[in-house]
Design a protein around this ligand. Structure first.
Ligand code: KG4
Ligand code: ZN
Length: 339
């Protein structure tokens, strides 16, 4: 089975072609980062309009790079939520139209399920069951993953997501949007332990996170005195260490709690080098192994939507002619599929 997938939930327009036997044949991505930078964040209406402009050319390009014609495609997957509703609708309506025109089924995919299943694209995919740490711009979740569509949320952020904490701290440090990768870059020149920020909720039992206090602490630190370049780097390092330490402690706690020894880390923040290095080392000491998607599939992409879509189409699930788009969509409401 060969699937074409479309991702348009936020500020990335992406299309991929995945073959059940031959693997990933093409993945194309257009990032709208430049478009939104002047506003310091994603402007939903601009995002929707740009998806309309970008998606169809990306579909053509993906088919060409996959050496495929529409006749080779057995199903169309698209991100049906959660996300910006206008942005989702552009991808969903294009996907539903293509599926109708090509006479193949369409399937709406949960964006977070895409992130969760992205490591299945790697040569050594993680076995089920496992614990997943899903850290993106909008979500910080610890999930027990029994199989495709079998998700039990163990803990979540009570307020800001980890990516949001990176982005907001970066903004306070005067870094351009999107701040996470920029902050990580600045932190590389910072001195370890130079600035100690709070690691919220580490002293309490449980698997919940809270990151909103961090931005307040950063705000105070930034306002306290004029900052030279080294002081900014030290602050960035302090922020990164606080977030990474918290994520690692809670992820290890979730492994202990479930008795599982496989951890998957996905979502945009899983692209963070310090998180990858330190988490793999810490989990290793606990006898656990960590799996990540490759960096380009950590942040938003269509290959991960194709993986999830392929699993669901192969299990016989499809959407009918209706266009599905949901700004909110609880992960635990998904039906199981396949493995
Ligand atoms: O998964 P994603 O691309 O989009 C959402 O579904 O939200 O995640 C984007 C988030 C942003 O907050 C971005 O700043 C963060 O991931 N991010 C990073 C890094 N790369 C992306 N945060 C820290 N270090 C990075 N290297
Ligand atoms: Zn995402």
């Amino acid at each position: 089975m060969r699937v074409l997938a479309i991702e348009s939930s936020c500020d990335e327009s992406a299309v991929a072609v995945l073959d059940g036997e031959r693997g990933l044949l093409a993945h194309e991505l257009y990032s709208q980062v430049e478009l939104h930078r002047a506003y310091g964040g994603v402007v939903p209406e601009l995002a929707s309009r740009d998806h309309v402009r970008r998606l169809l050319p990306l579909v053509r390009l993906a088919l060409e790079h996959a050496g495929s014609t529409p006749g080779d495609i057995d199903g169309v997957a698209y991100t049906a939520g959660p996300g910006l509703i206008g942005a989702l609708l552009t991808g969903a309506s294009l996907a539903a139209s293509l599926a109708y025109a090509w006479g193949v089924p369409a399937i709406g995919v949960h964006h977070l399920e895409g992130h969760l299943l992205a490591p299945l694209l790697e040569d050594e995919p993680p076995p089920f069951p496992h614990v997943a740490l899903l850290v993106s711009g909008g979500h910080t979740l610890l999930i027990e993953v029994g199989g495709v569509g079998r998700y039990r949320v163990l803990g979540a952020s009570r307020d800001d997501a980890a990516g949001e904490a990176f982005d907001k701290s970066a903004k306070l440090l005067g870094l351009p949007y999107p701040g996470g990768p920029q902050l990580a870059q600045l932190a590389a020149g910072g001195r370890p332990g130079g600035v100690a920020f709070p690691r919220p909720m580490l002293d309490r039992p449980g698997l919940e996170f809270s990151f909103s206090g961090l931005k307040t602490a950063v705000l105070h630190a930034v306002r306290a005195r004029p900052l030279d370049e080294q002081a900014r780097a030290d602050l960035a390092r302090g922020v990164e260490e606080a977030i990474v330490d918290t994520l690692i402690a809670k992820a290890l706690r979730a492994l202990e709690y479930t008795g599982l020894t496989v951890l998957v880390v996905s979502g945009g923040v899983s692209a963070n080098t310090r998180l990858r290095e330190q988490l793999s080392a810490a989990a290793g000491r606990q006898g656990a192994r960590v799996y990540y998607p490759r960096i380009e599939f950590s942040t938003d992409n269509a290959a991960m939507i194709a993986v999830a879509g392929l699993q669901r189409l192969a299990a016989g699930q499809r959407e009918g002619l209706a266009i599905q788009a949901r700004a909110q969509w609880p992960l635990e409401s998904l039906a199981p599929a396949g493995i």
